[in-house]
Design a protein around this ligand. Structure first.
Ligand code: PXP
Length: 240
């Protein structure tokens, strides 16, 4: 059974638009658990554009009931906050101040040393580690050298090709090959970014992908159908 991680950053985006307390991402985390999510994903960005430190603290406080996957950059202060609140999982992602969203995977070659040090700090606390990477065999090999538990493959390119009705078979093959290579090296494979029902259905054919982390579409579609129905629809797709 594939796992569904629901990214609730955009509940915080909506809350912050008014500078008040509603809608509360902490309530959203409790609710998505109730309706079937396997884990909750939040990204503490350096600019705090959505999730704030207090959200991380509160959401991590019920990590025994629902696994919390905290996305972080390699920024020292953010790493220290993550270690303080001890989520169940961390995923290291690239961060660029001007981007609207995480636009690609990590540059592992350039940041290998830095990432290795960060990973070892989390491993010492028994926190599952993951790296957000592009679908590249080289990056799978470097991930193995870094001894990470999981890789999350950035599916943004595939999602854009599918949405613009372009040929996506090369990109899908690339993701498949990376999944096989990672699996051979005993690295668990996850997928995320830009996913909706259609792209999740396409990727769920790759049986080696064990976890899907989905945010923007879940929140957007829930305006029409409600969290309950949207999460159940994704769980149904991932069952096959
Ligand atoms: N996984 C990772 C590592 C991410 O950084 C993000 C979004 O920032 C997602 C998944 C979710 O992407 P989306 O909101 O496009 O579903």
């Amino acid at each position: 059974m594939k796992h569904l991680g629901v990214n609730i950053d955009h509940i915080a985006t909506l809350r912050n638009a008014r500078g008040e307390l509603h809608p509360d991402p902490v309530n959203a985390a409790k609710f998505v658990k109730k309706v079937g999510a396997d884990s909750i994903t939040i990204h503490l960005r350096e600019d705090r554009r959505h999730i704030k430190d207090i959200d991380v603290k509160k959401i991590c406080s019920f990590r025994r009931k629902l696994p919390v996957n905290l996305e972080i950059s390699t920024n020292q202060k953010i790493v220290d906050i993550a270690l303080k609140y001890k989520p169940n999982y961390i995923c290291i992602v690239p961060e660029n101040r001007k981007e609207v969203t995480t636009e690609g995977g990590l540059n592992l070659k350039k940041n290998k040393k830095k990432i290795k040090k960060i990973l070892s700090r989390f491993k010492k606390k028994n926190i599952r580690t993951s790296l957000f990477i592009n679908p590249s065999i080289d990056d799978i090999k470097i991930s193995n050298e870094l001894d990470v538990d999981c890789v999350e493959i950035h599916t943004g390119k595939l999602a854009n090709l599918v949405k613009s009705k372009k040929n996506f078979s090369k990109e899908l093959t690339r993701i498949k090959k990376c999944s096989v290579e990672a699996h051979k090296l005993a690295i668990e494979v996850h997928a995320g970014h830009g996913l909706d029902y259609k792209t999740t259905k396409i990727l769920s054919r790759i049986k080696l992908i064990k976890e899907f982390n989905i945010g923007h579409f879940v929140i957007g579609e829930s305006i029409f159908d409600g969290f309950n129905k949207v999460i159940k629809n994704f769980k149904h797709i991932l069952k096959k």
